[in-house]
Design a protein around this ligand. Structure first.
Ligand code: AP5
Ligand code: MG
Ligand code: ZN
Length: 220
């Protein structure tokens, strides 16, 4: 029996742990991990028009305009592997993006099943951002203190080189946090109103957050 497609959103401020948890949860739910930030970084690495357009916004911690972002993510969701649904990370991030996603899913006769709202205090986020390192090959996030790789500078999964994101500095993160509170946090109320929001305490160790997320998705 084929199951209905499942669409689950990981919502949360910069460095809340969306990417870290998405790797684990996408395996658990057997859904593709669709991360708007990763799609922009992939385009940037390949020097596409879209990547170059997005770079200026990303470098200062501003949001890429809605029309560009919505078109990119809906295109990704239209690929065959998303027929079963998707685990969304970093999208939607504005009310306009949320409305566009609802509309696109409604046209397919489906809707968002759950929104997992990862809560972490701002002061904790700054330390998470500045210590983050990512794999150049697979994008897996690490942290020099909280989640170090087995060998410094090398990805555990594929031996890829670890690097620091251009936007992971103290100045840009302050702007990313401001943008989150102004433009993204209204989504909490938006999804509360449709009854799909679940709050998750993201200020505990990585495995404990994973367990809380797994418990939250049991009934989706
Ligand atoms: P994006 O790539 O989405 O960045 P973000 O939202 O700022 O989120 P992060 O990736 O920084 O954090 P995360 O929650 O994934 O945390 P992670 O698991 O890595 O977006 C980047 C830019 O692209 C935006 O600024 C914007 O310009 C553009 N963009 C993207 N989407 C857009 C959209 N929809 N609309 C418009 N523009 C868009 O963890 C962080 C660190 O903490 C890691 O080092 C990790 O090891 C560590 N860590 C994780 N969990 C824990 C824990 N429980 N305890 C201790 N450490 C932990
Ligand atoms: Mg991320
Ligand atoms: Zn890797």
């Amino acid at each position: 029996m084929t199951q209905n497609p499942k669409f689950v959103i990981l919502l949360g401020p910069p460095a809340a742990g969306k990417g870290t948890q998405a790797t684990r949860l996408s395996e658990h739910l057997n859904l593709p991990h669709v991360a708007s930030g990763d799609l922009f970084r992939y385009n940037l690495k390949n020097e596409t028009e879209l990547g170059l357009q997005a770079k200026a916004y990303m470098d200062r911690g501003a949001l890429v305009p809605d029309d560009i972002t919505i078109a990119m993510v809906l295109d990704r969701l239209s690929r065959p592997d998303c027929a079963a649904g998707a685990l969304l990370d970093g999208f939607p991030r504005t009310l306009a993006q949320a409305a566009a996603l609802d509309k696109a899913l409604a046209e397919k006769g489906v809707a968002i099943n759950g929104v997992l709202n990862i809560i972490v205090p701002d002061e904790v986020l700054v330390e998470r951002v500045t210590g983050r390192r990512l794999c150049r090959t697979c994008g897996e996030p690490y942290h020099i203190k909280f989640n170090p790789p087995k060998v410094a500078g090398i990805c555990d999964k594929d031996g890829g080189e670890l690097y620091q994101r251009d936007d992971d500095n103290e100045t840009t993160v302050q702007n990313r946090l401001k943008v989150y509170w102004e433009q993204t946090s209204p989504l909490i109320g938006y999804y509360q109103n449709t009854g799909v929001l679940v709050d998750i305490d993201g200020n505990q160790d990585i495995d404990a957050v994973t367990e809380a997320l797994k418990a939250a998705v049991i009934n989706l």
